[in-house]
Design a protein around this ligand. Structure first.
Ligand code: AMP
Length: 398
């Protein structure tokens, strides 16, 4: 995979795919601009190279043209971040785009309207990719968050640039950090997997069992594990049909000599409410009428000891309902332990929507080695999938 530092892009029309899929309200206010900020290094580099930059992105899940999901507000925000006027076209496929582009000077930036106003984008339709590709001499992909999809603008389009396709800085960083965590990690390597359900993470867990020395399981999914071992889990979140999967994971871990850590105790509440009456019990002895919403102090101690012995740490998914203060302690203390171990020299990577939200809530996000911007793409990578958007950049045409 070639990156943008390896080529001179002066005066070239560069078609740049970014991930500007930011949360936006009905009045077009951008609620979180992290993804815009993450694309700035590549955009700034292309401006300083004096390229003509045509940016493409998706936003949300529109069904056809839906102006509540227009990228116009992003163009305005990008203008102020770059301190230069960013042109905007209200249709990503249009004759008038050719006119706008031919009028662009070196260093100019144009943002095209939401790619997903066309259903062809997600369907990977070649003709749609061909039309987009015609806007550029060079293709740069910096949209790590969508690189696990075979969509036109990250996958199909690359075949129209057999010799002129590059990765941007963000995509490059993500891949480099993930490779560092997974391909050749400093051992012991520990993965911490939490979140609500096993079902969404079975493949990741199974794949990680081939790579890690320690696997810590927390969050809602831990209760299905506790149940599979014969515990009483009261009203805690349970995936009845995944009890066998939990048992299988326990068996695989044994066979592969992976140290699998499941919570010992649990903070239990009567209701799914912050102020609900709560008490701590062994995870296998939760009273009827109560649900486990966080890991307890013994689990925290056990998990911390493991983190403190680790040289590489991958974290995906909270240990409890961190959104409620009374059940955020487990997630907070595990996040802190990861940060302390990072300070002591370990490599740590955090990804997946909710663990990123959690670590930010505790204001610890600057204390880990890397925060992945693409939750789904990171999970796909950890599952051992080859990311189509990355393969497309690497294809044998080079
Ligand atoms: P996921 O998207 O699968 O990573 O799940 C994240 C969500 O899991 C967060 O919103 C947490 O509130 C939730 N969660 C974590 N632990 C529990 C639990 N013990 N019971 C119910 N939900 C939980």
């Amino acid at each position: 995979m070639k990156n943008i530092d390896t080529v001179s892009l002066s005066e070239k029309r560069v078609l740049l795919r970014v991930d500007f899929n930011v949360p936006i309200d009905k009045n077009q206010n951008i609620l979180e601009e992290e993804r815009i900020l993450a694309a700035l290094p590549t955009i700034r580099k292309l401006i300083s190279d004096q390229a003509k930059i045509i940016i493409i992105s998706h936003l949300g899940r529109p069904k056809g043209r839906d102006l509540s999901l227009s990228l116009k507000a992003v163009a305005t925000r990008l203008s102020s971040l770059l301190r230069k006027n960013v042109l905007f076209s209200d249709d990503c496929i249009s004759e008038k785009n050719n006119l706008i582009i031919s009028g662009m000077s070196a260093g100019d930036v144009l943002l095209l309207e939401n790619l997903r106003f066309y259903k062809e984008e997600k369907e990977g339709v070649v003709e749609f990719a061909r039309k987009l590709a015609a806007y550029g001499d060079v293709f740069v992909n910096d949209a790590f968050g969508v690189s696990h999809r075979k969509h036109c603008s990250v996958y199909t389009i690359a075949s129209f640039f057999p010799k002129n396709k590059y990765s941007g800085y963000l995509l490059n960083n993500e891949i480099n950090f993930l490779e560092k965590a997974v391909l050749n990690p400093k051992r012991p390597l520990t993965a911490i997997i939490g979140g609500a359900k096993i079902s969404s993470k079975i493949e990741v867990i199974k794949s990680l069992l081939n790579k890690v020395d320690n696997l810590i399981v927390g969050g809602g999914m831990a209760y299905t594990f506790a149940k599979s071992m014969g515990g009483s889990i009261g009203n805690s979140i349970l995936e009845e049909d995944k009890i066998n999967v939990a048992l299988e994971i326990i068996q695989i871990a044994k066979r592969k000599n992976v140290n699998l850590l499941i919570p010992l105790d649990s903070v239990n509440a009567k209701e799914y409410k912050n102020n609900s009456e709560n008490y701590i019990s062994k995870i296998s002895h939760i009273d009827d009428g109560y649900m486990g919403l966080d890991i307890g102090p013994e689990s925290i101690k056990l998990f911390k000891e493991c983190i403190n012995r680790s040289n590489s740490i991958i974290w995906n998914g909270p240990m409890g309902v961190f959104e409620m203060d009374n059940f955020s302690n487990g997630t907070k203390l595990i996040a802190k332990a990861i940060c302390e171990q990072t300070k002591a020299g370990a490599f740590s990577i955090v990804g997946g929507g909710d663990s990123v939200a959690a670590i930010k809530r505790f204001n610890l996000h600057k204390k880990v080695s890397y925060i992945s911007t693409g939750g789904g793409a990171m999970l796909s990578y950890l599952e051992g999938e080859i990311l189509p958007g990355v393969t497309a950049l690497k294809s044998s045409f080079e």
